[in-house]
Design a protein around this ligand. Structure first.
Ligand code: OAD
Length: 255
């Protein structure tokens, strides 16, 4: 992807976006994989590299893949945990956290990493779960799986549950599964009560998360999109900023 800095952002668009956020009041940031791209965490639709090159992430992240080949899916998630734990929040995550100094900010993220929290954001709703919250695949009890192995492996047996004969699974939402109720309800409440919504780095294709920007717009809430590429969002967006999160969010969100 080419470098797109704020110099390349249409300054009229940036002015319009800043104006949309000016009303004060609660701000909601909806983030997707593009938010963490500049931290070195590959987006879902980016080609994978190395050992995982031949796997399609959208096929590994399914209950069917877990039934067919649990050890491969577990190894992939443990590798992603390792990758995320060695990554650092980027300027975009930091700008979102810093905005809390002058306004009420809620983050609703589809990301299963913890980079918003590590940047300092205090209210973060993970609508697709978390890489670090393992639970039993049978009784749903939390399972402590310990740290991920630092070396790359392509198969790994998940640990046994201590309550039943189930196995640890990643605490993330797979394709075809329902979203966890509490963060989803918090997300709906936040976007409908917001004074503005900033959507960052999501393809806007995976529902129901992709419906949150149009829900906001239907409540008269202005929606600013930050994405250097195309997305599935359309008329619900009031202003598009065609730039990378880390490069434009500091200019968009400063006081
Ligand atoms: P995707 O990987 O589908 O899309 C990433 C988006 O980020 C694309 O629109 C890119 O153009 C954009 N992007 C890339 N680099 C960027 C940058 N530096 N700054 C801003 N934007 C950038 O990611 P999501 O939309 O988050 O779900 O994917 C949604 C869900 O699909 C994921 O949560 C996951 C996946 O399957 C589950 O696991 C249930």
């Amino acid at each position: 992807m080419s470098e797109v800095g704020t110099d390349a952002v249409n300054t009229d668009e940036l002015t319009r976006a800043r104006r949309a956020l000016q009303r004060g009041g609660p701000l909601v940031v909806l983030s997707g994989a593009g938010m963490s791209a500049e931290s070195g965490v590959p987006t879902f639709r980016d080609a994978q590299t190395g050992l995982w090159e031949r796997y399609d992430p959208t096929e590994l992240a399914t209950p069917g893949a877990w039934r067919r080949d649990r050890d491969t899916v577990w190894a992939w998630y443990r590798w992603r945990e390792h990758l995320v734990s060695t990554a650092e929040p980027n300027a975009g995550h930091l700008a979102v956290a810093e905005a809390q100094a002058h306004r009420d900010v809620t983050v609703v993220t589809q990301n299963v990493d913890d980079l918003h929290e590590r940047a300092g954001s205090r209210r973060v709703h993970h609508v697709h779960g978390s890489l670090f919250a393992h639970r039993c695949d049978t009784c749903a009890a939390p399972v402590d799986a310990g740290p991920p192995p630092p070396e790359l492996v392509d198969r790994l047996a998940p640990p046994l549950c201590t309550h039943c004969d189930g196995r640890a699974r990643p605490g993330v939402v797979w394709f075809g599964e329902s979203l966890p109720e509490a963060p989803w309800e918090a997300a709906v409440t936040a976007v409908t009560a917001a004074s503005a919504v900033v959507v960052v780095g999501t393809s806007g294709l995976v529902h129901p998360a992709a419906s949150l920007p149009s829900l906001a717009a239907s409540h008269g809430v202005p929606v600013v999109e930050v994405n250097p590429g195309p997305s599935g969002l359309g008329r619900e967006v009031s202003v598009h900023l065609r730039a990378q999160a880390g490069q434009v969010l500091p200019a968009l969100l400063d006081r």
